[in-house]
Design a protein around this ligand. Sequence first.
Ligand SMILES: *[C@@H]1O[C@H](CO)[C@@H](O)[C@H](O)[C@H]1NC(C)=O
Ligand SMILES: CC(=O)N[C@H]1CO[C@H](CO)[C@@H](O)[C@@H]1O
Length: 451
Amino acid sequence: MVFRSVSNEKDLRLCVVMVGLPARGKSFISQKIIRYLSWLSIPSKCFNIGTYRRDLGITEPNFQFFSFTNEENFQLRERAMKLAFDDILKWFNDENGVVAVLDATNSTNERRKWIKKHCEQNNIHPMFLESYCNDNDLISSNVVDIASTSPDYEKVTLEQAKVDFWKRIDEYKEVYRSLSLEMDQDISFVKLINVSDEIIINKIQTYLESRIVFYVMNIRIKPKCIWLSRHGESIYNLEQKIGGDSDLSERGFQYAKKLKGIVKENAGNVELSVWTSTLKRTRQTAQHLPYKKKLQWKALDELDAGVCDGMTYEEIEEIYPDDFKARDDDKYEYRYRGGESYRDVVIRLEPVIMELEGQENVLIITHQAVLRCIYAYFMNVPQEESPWMSIPLHTLIKLEPRAYGTKVTRIKANIPAVSTYKDKGTSHVGERLETGSGAHSLLTGTPEIKK
Ligand SMILES: *[C@@H]1O[C@H](CO)[C@@H](O)[C@H](O)[C@H]1NC(C)=O
Ligand SMILES: CC(=O)N[C@H]1CO[C@H](CO)[C@@H](O)[C@@H]1O
């Protein structure tokens, strides 16, 4: 891998150009990249060519539309491409975008040359990302997915849609040429073969590009579950103090005992890896779990409250009233004196997320703020909302990442615990009332399956 640091990286504008036949998971990969970059506060946006084609009135095309010998239709698709490209330029210029993902097939040499030229003329660096796949099981399952969800096939049966979509793939095969080190040595590209069986990388130059490359290298598509839990109720929780390294309370230890059965009941006989922070309360919560692979991550330690560590919210409000208010005003950015902000936590969690992407079944036992950040990544929760999410004690959360969203299940252990939730504008601790207007119900903003 060639690696060169670029001094003006902050001015970098990157266009990730997807390449590959239909049903190779390009949209899935595009969406994941956007979610990951947004979580890291890097302005990014996906531009899907199919949407532009539909805007031009081609809403239910059959495979013949995609024939490369039909000049008229080819021109229409060219126009869709140009419309998308215009929007990308506009977004970079008007909204200070940093990473655009062009979700298209871009199968031929000429097309790639066109994109490269136009990107460079506009001071945008193109990075091609090909998903090459000859694993038929994988392709078939993608075809079923697309045939049953694509707006192109709203008016036909699933069977007709599948047949047509296979033919559309054949049309593209006629002209498709895969990226290669021999023919494409002058462009930046990543080629994923069967998602992660083999990866070819060429001319990746900037830190931003290399981060995206490293991320896509970790993507796996085998179905998996991620389990999340806060530690059991702690002595500090009972005393309404934040931070510290206290032991579990009586009820916290009960949760630790019960957790083994709850996990078993819901996860079956899968062998889980258990990740905890380095703090006592998470390790004590994990102590009865029967799994061999246990890992302590410093990166999973609770948000560091700096000078406020060990205080109650009432004490903070009294001793540091300005800080107390500043934190309520912008909880994501506010950094405790000598401590951390939510943004700091997200940054230290990046390696945990990378590792999680590559793993199969993991149970993470950690702390309120850290769990909110991990949850926000999987559920695409905006920064203004994530620090205010309710994540109660003694509840196991099951996440099932799917192609088009993540499914969430919350399993209550039925062991009472104090609430550690603090609402905006008060130092009082306790859940908001779930009755009353919708604004009070914390979970309504977070649909169980987020598209
Ligand atoms: C991709 O998967 C197919 C089917 O399992 C296999 O035949 C092929 O060798 C794989 N390609 C690579 C580069 O591993
Ligand atoms: C030549 C070629 O394959 N170009 C395609 C690049 O991607 C866009 C979006 O799918 C198509 O419209 C072009 O035909």
